[in-house]
Design a protein around this ligand. Structure first.
Ligand SMILES: Cc1ncc(COP(=O)(O)O)c(C=O)c1O
Length: 321
């Protein structure tokens, strides 16, 4: 389906032009307490050893979680992904879901946090007896880090501007993207390109030239009443993405997963991205070209509403009510 294309002269020309996705320091986080292997430490004291595998080789896996009124949305699904990633790279002594939930609860309680909180949960291969890559140098089990911060969904809801990056995402035969690892250089390099282009985030293609995702979120495209999203061959399966697909199916909204060229996005009526950090956020411009009418579309608004209802119904209690 072809639509008229609207070109703009600069990345600042659509939306408010004022917004900035660069996160700011939040004064409420000044005295954060961080949990490292069960020890609760002030942010100025918390640290991991230079012998930790995360420092030595980015040898760690992670999850981003969001806390809504003492409850965490799709907590089990996040923990399943963390465990599957850790198992795929042969971590020893992976903590049970129950013990991780307990450490998350302790951390939230220690900080007196209940709502509007984002948690970065990291599991590293742990300490090495000497510096080196070989996992046999790890003899003391993994390091679990629970970093909870006051943080509202990070994306400005007035619409994001993307720039296509020349950095391609790995194919499954190069590096299995279902392993949700802390090795983020590829995304960081794409983000640098987006920053340099004056865009909010990077749109990343796979090695074949099909759309994979952004540097941090999954992408959805709306053409008329039809919602589409890329396969997760070259990006991790996303919790938010899977919820949006479920919501489409439950609500009778046609949705398809496939391989899509850049044109599919450029000609869409609406584009939005999904992720725990920013929930659903509208994309109004790609490579200087306006998407649809450059405003947040009705399908994006509808699915955002359904997503909020789903969070309210299904978030899993962690703190006492
Ligand atoms: C590369 C990448 N893409 C997309 C996402 C969004 O996934 P989710 O909805 O599970 O937060 C993440 C989140 O961790 C990610 O690391």
């Amino acid at each position: 389906m072809m639509h008229a294309r609207h070109f703009t002269n600069s990345y600042m020309s659509i939306g408010s032009g004022e917004h900035d996705v660069l996160q700011k320091y939040d004064e409420r986080n000044r005295d954060l307490l961080i949990n490292i292997n069960g020890k609760i430490l002030h942010r100025d004291e918390a640290g991991i050893s230079p012998f930790d595998s995360a420092v030595q080789g980015g040898d760690a896996v992670w999850e981003g979680l969001r806390v809504y009124d003492g409850r965490i949305f799709r907590f089990r699904q996040h923990l399943d992904r963390l465990r599957a990633s850790a198992e795929a790279v042969s971590f020893a002594e992976i903590p049970s879901h129950e013990s991780i939930i307990e450490e998350v609860r302790r951390t939230l309680e220690a900080n007196g946090m209940r709502d509007g909180v984002h948690i970065r949960l990291t599991l590293t291969r742990g300490l090495k007896v000497t510096s080196g890559m070989d996992p046999r140098l790890n003899t003391s089990g993994p390091t679990l880090i629970v970093l909870a911060e006051h943080k509202r969904p990070v994306y400005d809801k007035s619409g994001l501007r993307l720039a296509t990056s020349s950095i391609r995402r790995f194919s499954p035969d190069q590096l299995d993207q279902q392993i949700h690892s802390c090795n983020l250089l590829q995304s960081i390099m794409a983000k640098i390109q987006a920053n340099n282009a004056g865009a909010d985030d990077a749109l990343m293609l796979d090695a074949r030239g099909f759309i994979a995702e952004t540097n941090a979120t999954h992408l959805f495209f709306v053409h008329g009443e039809m919602v589409t999203t890329s396969h997760v061959l070259c990006c991790p399966e996303g919790v938010t993405r899977s919820v949006v697909l479920e919501l489409c199916r439950k609500s009778g909204i046609q949705c398809h997963e496939g391989d899509y060229e850049l044109e599919h996005a450029l000609c869409a009526d609406e584009v939005f991205c999904t992720g725990t950090m920013g929930e659903l956020a509208s994309v109004v411009e790609i490579d200087g070209q306006m998407i649809g009418d450059g405003k947040i579309g009705s399908m994006t608004t509808r699915l955002s509403g359904l997503f909020s209802e789903c969070v309210a119904d299904e978030a899993e209690p962690v703190l006492d009510t």
